[in-house]
Write a protein that binds this ligand. Sequence first.
Ligand code: ADP
Ligand code: ZN
Length: 590
Amino acid sequence: MDNPPTIERAREQLQALFGFREFRGRQAEVVGRVLAGQSTLAVMPTGAGKSLTYQLPATMLDGTCVVISPLIALMHDQLRAARANGIRAGTLTSQDADWRETIDAYRTGALDLLYVAPERASQPGFRDLLASARVALFAVDEAHCVSEWGHDFRPDYRQLGPLMDLFTEVPRLALTATADARTRADILAQLGIAADGLVVAGFDRPNIRYALRHRDNPVRQITALMAAHPGPGIVYVPTRKKAEDLADKLAMATRRRVLPYHAGLEPEVRSANQAAFVASEDMVMVATVAFGMGIDKPDVRFVAHAGIPKSIEAYYQETGRAGRDGDPSEALLLWGAGDFAMARQRLAELPPERQAGERARLDALAMLVETPGCRRAVLLRHFGEDPPESCGNCDNCLEAPGVTDATETARKLLSAVYRTGQSYGLGHLQKVLTGASDERIIQRGHDRLSVYGIVGADEARLLQPLVRALQARGSLVANEHGGLALAGDARAILKGERSVEIVLPPKGKRKTAKEGNPVGDPLFDALRELRRQLALEAQVPPYVIFHDATLREMARARPSSLDELGEIGGVGARKLDAYGEYFLDVILRH
Ligand code: ADP
Ligand code: ZN
């Protein structure tokens, strides 16, 4: 390359094209490498702004950036967003009618970005097409799909290495949000990127507030969450039936638009619900984990889990769908002891060689749920980072829970479980331990046991949270009738070899993150209304026009000329040109 564009030029272009003032996190480093022609694997969390690291260079380098992306829906989202910023982009998918135009544009060097699916890579016709003009860069999105170690292996990705090998002079940029060390090494090898081309950004999502609570009334708890967040949200539920049921109840309780999403819906209904969600500024989707892949809606304000997720990895990926735009967002997990009991029961049904791994996953989740310390620290440590002890933006950091040594009570409880034959639920055990009497107790002779009445009134308050904690950590398991039996380290606790601490949530209402949007401010609301109209006309989701943060800044700074409007973050040249007059008009009229 004769004279690669400098990072200073890239900064100017960042402002001119996207209206962004600064690179975020490690974007500058990745962009710098791409401009210098160095192949790179960028591992950056969701919302870090991965797409910008190839979109921006694509507008500065000679030739076209070829982007390989696994999902058509994602490609079309990206296409819309790129075009809205004045970037010349095209897609070649089975759903496009404009192949001819796209191919001509590529051949004449009139495309900055060409999006294609991986299966195209192995087609000879496609190789010939690429060879007919200049490729500036290969960008491989969701690059973990190339590795069998990754969580989403796609055999078609294996064709990408050989394809790119035909264009040795073209640099490669692989991007992913999730890849452990083994997967990273595999991606580098498969895609022919040197080991020193690895750029790993931290996993932290500082704008997401994590909160985990016991699930005592999910409808009420999620209604409260929705009240704090008028913006869009996702509620994950374990089953199709719960998706339908909870969607109905939340819609009734809040009068908001709440729709279900799960694999059992008719395909048309499913895609209509998804489209409604993407376009909406206030809708809530109650969904199974079938929902979320391939949706990069930036303004999701909360993600709630109405039951425990499969693993910490799954939890992080699902909650990561909140707050891609960097605005304050909340992740609320509602758990019940039964969730753990059921998951531990299912362990037994797994092939023996998988049981240890799955048990470790559950233990890690139980730790997250039971920790009195910083939730973010537990999460980040799980991903191999070394975070500060306290983040200041999770439930436990904002309000420390009480911690009690409940070892003695645990021994009394476990002993009562054992002596009553390991088949009674908490209600009966409570009665035995506190010395209450009823017919069943007399009949079974449980009033003659040594554990009868050994728990005082004060101590009795601990029994319920204790049973939850013991179930979460697997020291107690429940059968299908709620009968409790000893398991895991129960015997060690009984023998006094293990201690048990339980976490008591602070009394009273816990704080919920308040959303940053000044909903109700007349100017802000008017700007939103204008955005809604423009989005409707252009047939794009509102966030493609401008993000909330951009509207907030407009409402606060009240620019009085197009020049001043162009200074607002998120207002690039193309958008200033297309929408500037309209927004200025609304601002001046207020
Ligand atoms: P990822 O693919 O890493 O999840 P995206 O590429 O979708 O993230 O970007 C997330 C959001 O952040 C997008 O809406 C994008 O416009 C915005 N963004 C990216 N880079 C910047 C930046 N430097 N300044 C401000 N916003 C940015
Ligand atoms: Zn914290």
